[in-house]
Ligand binder design. Structure first.
Ligand code: ACM
Ligand code: ZN
Length: 480
């Protein structure tokens, strides 16, 4: 079973297929907590509500898959270590159909992941029908070609989700206890938005929707009030579609060159009493965050947004890179919260030969470098898939699975998870689950590739980047 339940105790006898299943609401249990009692006469599922009951049914389903007709009698008491157990799919670089997303969501629900971080806007595409600013989907969802790595096509690439499709996805997730966390990345990674509304950038000049991977120069202008009016209106429109508690506002990889050269941004820095463009990013994030907080939502940002040292503590930080100058630690020391998504463990866009299943399972739930008592600051973890180099469903699935299942167990069991070898054994036994949902999961020989296979996969992946790409990325990174 994955994730392994916290407490399992075998009792006398077996329960055949015809033994009735009874569900009971017990007010005293936690929101995601559940109990199962299997006796020869009855199978009893208990929880305080729908979330826990769904998990009880899921666990029972996995038990049936494992044991067939006769279930050994047992008692299970189970609840997760972390409340935020998330998977991310980048639908901006490449569009994935509603059916494909549902397939991924259903699979994730089987492992009790409970947040779907939906990356819907980036330099290379805006993917949601927008009532307030329709040029976003009319212009921002179309690019003139694909030049990601060594793949080249001059064919138009387009796609967006209609509002009804978004509601359908949100509702589908809700049925399986999953909250959709949309991400509108800003102030960087906004080229597709700027292609539709160029007046929102510092230069105000036309740009094309991005066609290649990398870190782009153009940002939202943080000096002009019109930018904030636009973002707040856009958020209002999106909040209508996404009813969940969390909203991701990005904040990663925003090179500061434009802000350093923009008279509006420089004026803002002076008037707001800020030191530099890095602090301007904190200011920018705080303004958007306070808008969301006032609407009862919790904003999430990537860790770069912390580096100005002035980010409000109510903003949750998603960690993917290192803690520059102990700034993240300082944010957490102020009472801020974190979601763990370290590149080297959690990024499934890299082949298994670069980030193995074992790497995912080894994500430290309480990274020591962030200090004592970090457990209280960590909401949970996330597995991710960026899709610059993923153009079809099969590739998406074989990169994500079973690595997403490993993160699910990390999030459910926390520091008390079993040894990796134990996880692998259960994973092999769980393979019929992938078959049940038609998921092309990577098989055992591919999870933790040997040195030769790892070297081949690494070399193949590196071919996506030319020497110039690498140099440009390095320069851009220095300035975020
Ligand atoms: C990220 O990978 N740029 C968050
Ligand atoms: Zn500006």
């Amino acid at each position: 079973m994955i994730p392994i339940p916290r407490k399992m105790r075998f009792t006398e006898g077996t329960a055949g297929r015809s033994v009735p299943v009874k569900e009971k609401i017990c007010a005293g249990l936690g929101r995601e907590e559940y109990r199962i009692r299997i006796s020869p006469e009855q199978i009893l599922l208990e929880s305080s509500g729908e979330a826990g009951l769904f998990y009880a049914r899921t666990t029972l389903g996995q038990l049936r898959l494992e044991h067939g007709e006769g279930l050994p009698c047992m008692e299970i008491e189970d609840q997760p270590a972390y409340t935020y157990r998330s998977f991310q799919i980048d639908c901006a670089r490449h569009y994935f159909s509603v059916d494909e997303l549902k397939k991924m969501i259903r699979m994730a629900a089987e492992f009790k992941l409970n947040h779907f971080h939906w990356h819907i806007s980036d330099d290379q595409g805006w993917r949601i029908e927008c009532k307030r600013y329709p040029k976003l989907h009319e212009i921002g969802s179309v690019r003139a070609g694909d030049h990601f790595g060594n793949y080249h096509s001059d064919e138009k690439y387009e796609g967006y989700y209609s509002r009804d499709e978004v509601r359908d996805i949100v509702d589908y997730c809700r049925r399986f206890g999953i909250e959709v966390v949309p991400e509108i990345d800003m102030p960087g990674h906004v080229t597709a938005i700027l292609a539709a509304y160029p007046e929102l950038s510092c230069l105000g000049t036309p740009v094309e929707v991005g066609m290649k991977a990398g870190i782009f120069k153009e940002l939202f202008c943080a000096g002009r009030e019109e930018t904030f009016v636009f973002i707040e209106n856009l958020l209002d429109d999106m909040l209508e579609l996404f009813p969940g508690k969390y909203f991701h506002i990005g904040g990663d990889e925003a090179p500061k060159q434009r802000w350093n050269e923009c008279s509006h941004c420089q004026k803002r820095i002076k008037e707001a009493g800020l030191l530099n463009a890095q602090e301007l990013q904190g200011y920018f994030c705080n303004r958007i965050a306070s808008y969301l907080l006032a609407k009862g939502r919790i904003p999430i940002v990537w860790n770069e947004a912390v580096y100005g040292g002035n980010l409000d503590k109510e903003v949750v930080v998603q960690l993917w890179t290192e803690d520059k100058d102990n700034q993240i630690k300082a944010h957490l020391d102020k009472g801020g919260k974190a979601i763990l998504a370290m590149v080297e463990n959690c990024y499934c866009d890299y082949p298994h030969g670069m980030h193995s299943l074992k790497d995912m399972y080894s994500l430290k739930a309480e990274p020591a470098e962030l200090g004592e008592g970090i457990e209280q600051s960590v909401l949970g973890g996330e597995c991710l898939v960026w899709t610059e180099f993923i153009r079809d469903n099969e590739r998406l699935e074989e990169l994500c699975w079973p690595r997403f299942a490993a993160l699910a167990e990390v999030g459910w069991c926390g520091r008390n998870r079993p040894a990796y070898e134990d996880f692998c054994k259960r994973l092999e036994a769980s393979f019929p689950l992938f078959e049940k949902y038609g998921i092309h999961a990577t098989k055992r020989e591919g999870w933790d590739p040997d040195e030769q296979m790892a070297a081949e996969q690494t070399a193949q992946f590196q071919m996506n980047f030319s020497k110039e790409d690498r140099e440009e990325a390095r320069r851009a990174q220095e300035n975020v």
